[in-house]
Design a protein around this ligand. Structure first.
Ligand code: GLY
Length: 366
């Protein structure tokens, strides 16, 4: 399978997602066709720059672009007001009347969110390209234009919807991804299977070995399939206000509560928390007779196969419930859950009884 392309159809804000294997060489030429500008500001972190900075720069230079790297530290701390303002000032010093600047986000979700947010506010908006380097960002955060930084009181509190001009996902970059991060991304991949694709779900059941061996065909298949699903959802509900895009939040209601409760211990990655949250949602659906017990067991088995936890340890159930009640996903005081109704289909349901939510949390201690 050579490079594959998915169009995200959003009228004037439409763009392509290119899913390739070992295609960095072509990045410069692809961007050239889009006429985004003359000068690329590549936002990345030291580790990614060391691994891929040279290749990206060479590809852009051969297409005639000037390049400049802006480096942020690794991890969530890069999504801060401090780094955002620092980068805006650096970009403004680099900017002059002869240049037409655009941004390339070369990194995972943190770099994508920060870079997209900077692109959305610098000169009231300049173009940007997402070049995601983690599985999680290739299948989810690089697509759909949700960009943000964190504020002192909470994550993603300053943000906007601002679509990239290209998403360039090269699965060859996933070769250097630490196993823990690959597994974290697989939780989101499994999520797409549960909400939209029985075929993807069965593929994951049968091909986890290939994925762990970083087989490029397997990685390209899952990134391409998930990107297509996300693109179709975003097209129907770009601004997340039509009760459609919310389907992507399967597992995120309790998953976020686990992340919040675990915040200071850093004991759960995003994917691990989402996997456990998915099990809670699946349990609730089963108890409401919306979902077969047999399918609940299949989800649990897949999560295990993908190296994700099926049991919660080291956290108090009461802390998770408290974090859940403070979650922004409460609408008019009612909680809101995405619930599977079969493998490949999910619905959104509000006002799940407190006792059942608590029971679902207890179910992941067993
Ligand atoms: N990550 C969920 C969304 O983009 O809506």
């Amino acid at each position: 399978m050579s490079a594959k392309k998915i169009r995200v159809d959003l009228g004037r804000r439409s763009y392509d997602i290119v899913v390739c294997r070992n295609g960095i060489k072509r990045l410069g030429a692809l961007i050239k066709r889009l006429r985004l500008g003359t000068d690329a500001v590549i936002i990345t972190n030291p580790a990614i720059k060391r691994l891929y900075g040279g290749k990206v720069k060479a590809s852009l230079a051969s297409a005639g672009f000037n390049t400049r790297f802006e480096i942020v530290p690794d991890g969530e701390k890069a999504k801060s007001e401090r780094h955002c303002i620092r980068l805006l000032n650096n970009i403004s010093k680099f900017d002059n009347s002869r240049r037409r600047i655009f941004i390339i986000a070369l990194g995972g979700g943190v770099i994508g969110d920060l870079s997209g947010f900077i692109a959305s506010i610098y000169r009231r908006g300049i173009p940007y390209v997402q070049a995601p380097t983690t599985l999680l960002s290739q299948v989810d955060s690089a697509i759909g234009g949700k960009v943000a930084i964190d504020l002192a009181v909470g994550k993603n509190l300053a943000g906007s919807f601002y679509q990239p001009r290209l998403v360039f996902s090269d699965v060859a970059l996933l070769k250097s991804l630490p196993r823990k991060e690959l597994i974290s991304g697989l939780a989101e991949v499994a999520k797409y299977g549960v909400i939209k694709s029985q075929g993807l779900f069965s593929y994951l059941e049968k091909n986890s070995n290939k994925i762990f061996k970083r087989d490029k065909n397997a990685l390209q298949y899952i990134v391409y399939t998930c990107s297509g699903i996300k693109a179709r959802v975003v097209e129907k509900d770009e601004y997340d206000n039509k009760n459609i895009r919310v389907i992507l939040n399967l597992g995120h209601t309790i998953g976020h509560a686990i992340e919040t409760a675990a915040q200071y211990k850093k004991s759960y990655s995003h994917g691990q928390a989402i996997a456990l949250g998915m099990l809670c949602a699946s349990f609730i659906a089963k108890e409401l007779n919306l979902f077969k017990g047999r399918d609940h067991a299949k989800i649990k088995a897949l999560i295990k196969k993908l190296g994700l936890p099926t049991k919660l340890m080291a956290l108090k159930a009461s802390d998770i419930y408290k974090a859940h009640e403070h979650d922004k996903k409460f609408i008019h005081g009612k909680n809101r859950f995405v619930l599977p109704v079969k493998i490949g289909k999910a619905i959104v349901k509000e006002g799940i009884p407190k006792a059942l939510v608590k029971e679902s949390i207890m179910s992941i201690y067993k």
